[in-house]
Design a protein around this ligand. Structure first.
Ligand code: JFZ
Length: 501
């Protein structure tokens, strides 16, 4: 028993270290020292400039929803928590360790017979997402457990066999589209309970036949999704790290090509496939494999230079790591609305989309903690959304006050750290033709702040400084946004100072 438990812990450690190997793609990039011939590399090659991709760049904020039969247990079973035995709440089928029920996988694989989310109303979720300021959403059509939330022709393990019966993916797509929100479909390649699936490279003839069947099944389902839901904007792939898939580079290359032929403006992230050397996310020459970097999961780049000009998204949980419904949030650090706002602004300030995850329960309601965050974030977005949507990186030196974003001649500074002296001192790069000329605080009556050239001269890099004065009377209890217009510099200081202040 003890030995078995240790073994399971080891398995868990192995799993986590495998995942942290995955996470290597999310640091600054190391350029390959020599170029290789890559046959199964990128199918995109240049940053796309079509309408769909431009829309992607303008989203700013998105919503992720992880929903499936794992919502029924909500990370526990008969009052016993799976916290120490499962990698995450939506991973509960893989629950190991002494607390896991006997025959747990069998129990889990029968949960669909109880899946009946009587309170599910896609329109209500979509309205909430819209009020929160989300411009796109990503929905789990099928997670690692293999249960399809749409009536797929290619597997009996789907929503029509549940008491709910109706096509949830269709309800989501229609409900969100009606609110003007674009929909992306999350799709896990790997399946835990599919007899044709295997994680290792198939070696015997029998295995090869079986795995080929699995590959065809995957292709059929993806084409089916594109046909059933023609308004979707893209796929968000997952579960692509197993050797079986990695060694299928010829197949996955052809499949990506086929999907892009069916829908030329389809958006696919870098988590779909790898090149013939097994390099994932980026090929062996460092070229992005897809339309955007899809590796920023629960973490953010530190600097825009880490991104090499690529588009990207950051997907983020509210609890530490739980994507599906987690009934019990106690004893965990769950992110606050302020945390979320900061992560959002850090993302958009580096041209990324921030996608906040929700894990609704088995009846179709969001977790009460998620409802609170959606409401508070929505209130903030209502006032400050213009600093989030359709903005770009602003080429101003990094500042400790917060995060810049820019839209044409408008510069936004989301102030996370309000200075005690009321002076927001903005460094402007040497010879810049664009400096702040006026400023207001979004959502306040302070519409004409004092903006002046800081009379401290140039620093040794010949940068100069502009001061925006925040009135003492302005009471802020949350991050606020300075909106500034950029214009020609009117002053020319000749002073020189020693140190940056
Ligand atoms: C995957 C899933 O296993 C998880 O359940 C959830 O759906 C999430 C969005 O995606 O988890 C991962 C995948 C990749 C990494 C970490 C967790 N990674 O690259 O570090």
């Amino acid at each position: 028993m003890v030995r078995k438990f240790k073994y399971n812990l080891m398995l868990g450690a192995l799993l986590f270290s495998a995942l942290s190997v995955d996470a290597q793609w999310t640091g600054p990039k190391k350029k390959p020292t020599e170029l290789k011939e890559v046959k199964y590399g990128s199918l995109v090659f240049a940053n796309r400039t079509d309408v769909a991709m431009e829309a992607f760049r303008n989203y700013g904020l998105g919503q992720f929803i992880h929903w499936g039969v794992y919502a029924i247990p909500g990370n526990e079973w008969n009052g016993v928590s799976a916290r120490n035995g499962a990698a995450a709440s939506e991973w509960i089928r893989a629950w190991k360790g002494p607390a896991a029920p006997n025959n747990w996988a069998t129990i889990y694989d029968n949960l669909y017979k109880q899946f009946n989310p009587i309170y599910f109303d896609a329109k209500r979720w979509a309205k909430q997402a819209k009020a929160m300021g989300a411009k796109y959403m990503i929905f789990t059509t099928k997670h690692h457990d293999g249960f399809a939330l749409w009536p797929t022709k290619y597997s009996p393990y789907n929503i029509t066999k549940s008491p709910y019966k109706k096509d949830i993916v269709k309800e989501i797509v229609d409900g969100y589209n009606a609110e003007g929100i674009d929909v992306f479909l999350y799709f896990s390649i790997l399946e835990w309970n599919n007899p044709d699936y295997m994680s290792k490279v198939p070696s015997t003839d029998e295995e090869k036949t079986r795995y080929n069947k699995f590959l065809q099944y995957t292709r059929n389902q993806l084409i089916e999704l594109l046909k059933n839901y023609p308004t979707i904007k893209g796929f968000w792939f997952d579960g692509t790290w197993d050797q079986s898939w990695i060694k299928s580079h010829e197949f996955t290359y052809a499949l990506e090509k086929e999907l892009r032929t069916i829908k030329p403006d389809l958006i696919i992230g870098s988590r779909f496939r790898n090149d013939e050397y097994g390099k994932r996310h980026f090929d062996s020459n460092g070229v992005l494999l897809g339309d955007y970097e899809q590796g920023w999961e629960r973490k953010l780049p530190e600097d825009i230079s880490w991104l090499d000009g690529n588009d990207w998204d950051c997907v983020m949980t509210i609890p530490p790591n739980g994507w599906g419904y987690m009934k019990d949030w106690s004893g965990l650090y769950t992110k606050t609305t302020d945390d979320i706002i900061e992560l959002l602004m850090k993302s958009v300030s580096m041209n990324g989309n921030f996608v906040l995850n929700f894990g609704p329960d088995g009846l179709g309601n969001m977790h009460p903690g998620e409802d609170v965050i959606a409401k508070e974030l929505g209130e903030w977005m209502k006032v400050n959304g213009e600093a989030v949507h359709a903005v770009r990186y602003a080429d101003f030196p990094k500042t400790n006050y917060g995060y810049y974003t820019q839209k044409g001649k408008t510069l936004y500074l989301t102030v996370v750290n309000r200075p005690n002296n009321g002076v927001i001192r903005i460094p402007v790069i040497k010879n810049s033709k664009e400096v702040p000329v006026n400023a207001l605080i979004l959502g306040s009556s302070f519409t004409d702040l004092l903006v002046k050239h800081a009379d401290i001269g140039y620093d040794l890099d010949k940068n100069t400084y502009y001061d925006v004065i925040i009135p003492k009377e302005y009471i802020s209890n949350r991050t606020f946004v300075l909106k500034m217009q950029l214009g020609e510099p009117r002053v020319n200081s000749s002073k020189l100072m020693d140190a940056k202040m």
